[in-house]
Design a protein around this ligand. Structure first.
Ligand SMILES: Nc1ncnc2c1ncn2[C@@H]1O[C@H](COP(=O)(O)OP(=O)(O)OP(=O)(O)O)[C@@H](O)[C@H]1O
Length: 246
């Protein structure tokens, strides 16, 4: 479980976050939404341990936390399978064993036919799936996702969302994901948390109880509209030029 209690963050002379309470239990998918600059990425960095809280407590009790970013950050000179196996190499696993594990994961993310491709020979969506497989290779039970599909076009984005849904639903991997897209959050979250203000704080939180299989496009847009009728949510999105919903 990840637990943030009354967390504040100061960077230089800026107060970025204040009084943030947030919990991600095992197996739960939490989506963070909110306007640009409100501190969502900083919150992920607190969760990963890359930043230290200036106030309050951050306790990450997951056994293995890994992060996937908007750009897949693959090594361009390594083939697909070696990119997936990167973390296993760092852990000292023998080449044959790690390539075997990487090929299982490549199958799992639908890239079984692309073992020897270099990143530039893969589409953006495929590269993002390699990044997810690389995160899974190290046995992560907690994934931090920072707008992982922001750079993908609609079709690839939907494919990548399917994959995350499978990781959450079938494998019970807990996720904390930043997205600007309320419909994406509604599709993938057990709980949506809206961060807003300067310094950023949690202004709204809602469980999403509809089963994943029943979250149709019509449902997503209806729910997004319903959420946006809450003033605190619409205010958070009004200032965001990239929002696909407003
Ligand atoms: N190292 C730093 N020193 C000082 N201020 C910083 C530092 N890193 C980030 N900030 C500031 O912290 C604030 C929050 O940044 P952060 O990237 O966490 O926001 P965000 O909500 O993820 O934004 P976006 O949605 O645009 O990615 C911003 O105003 C940013 O300028």
């Amino acid at each position: 479980m990840l637990k943030l209690e009354r967390v504040g963050l100061e960077l230089g002379s800026n107060t970025i976050l204040t009084d943030v309470d947030l919990t991600v239990p095992p197996g739960e998918s939490v989506c963070l939404v909110g306007p640009s600059g409100c501190g969502k990425t900083s919150l992920l960095r607190l969760a990963s341990g890359a930043l230290e809280a200036s106030a309050g407590h951050v306790v990450n009790g997951f056994s293995s936390t890994t992060a996937v970013f908007q750009e897949p950050r693959l090594l361009p000179w390594q083939r697909m399978l070696d990119n997936i196996a990167l973390g296993l190499k760092a852990r000292g696993m023998k080449r044959r064993e790690r390539l075997h594990r990487a090929s299982q994961l490549a199958d799992q993310v639908g890239l079984g036919d692309f073992h020897d491709h270099f990143p530039h020979e893969l589409s953006g969506g495929m590269q993002q799936r390699v990044a997810l497989a690389r995160a899974l290779a190290v046995g992560a039970d907690f994934l931090l996702l920072d707008e992982p599909f922001g750079a993908l076009d609609v079709g690839l984005r939907s494919e990548a969302q399917d994959l995350v849904e499978r990781l959450v639903v079938d494998q019970g991997i807990a996720t904390l994901m930043v997205t600007h897209d309320l419909t994406e959050a509604l599709r993938l979250a057990h709980r949506i948390v809206v961060i807003s203000g300067s310094p950023g704080r949690v202004v709204f939180e809602q469980a999403v109880t509809t089963p994943f299989a029943q979250r149709s496009h019509a449902w997503l847009y209806e729910e997004a509209g319903r959420l946006l009728r809450q003033p605190v949510v619409s205010e958070s999105f009004l200032f965001h030029p990239d929002s696909e919903v407003v």
